[in-house]
Design a protein around this ligand. Structure first.
Ligand code: SIN
Ligand code: FE2
Length: 219
């Protein structure tokens, strides 16, 4: 799917465009851009505390995306499965608190997307280097199905795959650029999604990486 093929839902006076991806799912083009410096500084602060690492899937594969977390809970994976943990398994200490800039962005984006009561308690920070990808999956380790997922893209561009309720459903290819925010919930809360292998490049803010923040209400 190209940018032009996305269906435009609204264009506000400042030029911010909202596109519909599915029922309950929207792309807020450039929504995070004006906050980029604060957001990225906070990513670096979180990573200084709990460094990015490549988790192992329950099947024993090392994930190509490097991850860390902030907030009350963090998403982790190992031989025992996927789950949320209140502590970083590498250190046994709590994850860093969710930076105010993250919380404010996630809640204002959710509100714009029609989810005014979203209060995230977990933020998974994904770091993609060239070649890193995320295969089609559902986000289903969270307890509250009413809360949406809010996903923020910073740095290098990527192609986001957004499918349907079944793994075999057709997937839209949505180009995500620096500052874009995708929110999915309600009827599309458990839709399959993924990210194609990142292409190389250099971004003025993030260098050779794409950073993605996904906000969830885990409990
Ligand atoms: C995810 O599904 O957790 C990440 C999506 C993305 O990197 O855009
Ligand atoms: Fe996901």
């Amino acid at each position: 799917m190209t940018r032009e093929q996305l269906s435009l839902l609204s264009l506000d006076p400042a030029g911010a465009a909202t596109y519909a991806l599915a029922e309950g799912a929207v792309l807020l083009r450039g929504f995070a851009k004006s906050k980029e410096a604060r957001l990225f500084a906070d990513v670096e602060r979180v990573a200084a505390h709990c460094p990015f690492r490549h988790l192992v899937t329950p099947g024993g594969f090392r994930m190509s995306v490097a991850m860390t977390n902030c907030g009350e809970l963090g998403w982790v994976s190992d031989e025992r499965g996927y789950r949320y943990s209140p502590v970083d398994p590498q250190t046994g200490f709590a994850w860093p608190a969710m930076p105010q800039s993250f919380f404010d962005l996630a809640t204002t984006a959710a509100r714009s997307a029609g989810y005014p009561s979203f209060v995230p308690d977990a933020c998974l920070v994904n770091r993609y280097a060239p070649g890193a990808r995320l295969t089609l999956h559902q986000d289903k380790n969270e307890r509250d199905a009413r809360a949406p997922i809010v996903s923020v893209s910073l740095g290098l561009s990527a192609v986001f795959l957004f499918g349907g309720a079944a793994r075999s459903d057709r997937t839209a290819r949505v180009p995500l650029v620096h500052g874009d925010v995708v929110v999915w919930g309600g009827p599309s809360r458990f839709f399959y999604h993924g990210v194609l292998a990142l292409e190389g490049g250099v971004h003025p803010l993030t260098g050779g990486y794409r950073i993605n923040l996904t906000f969830r209400k885990a409990v």
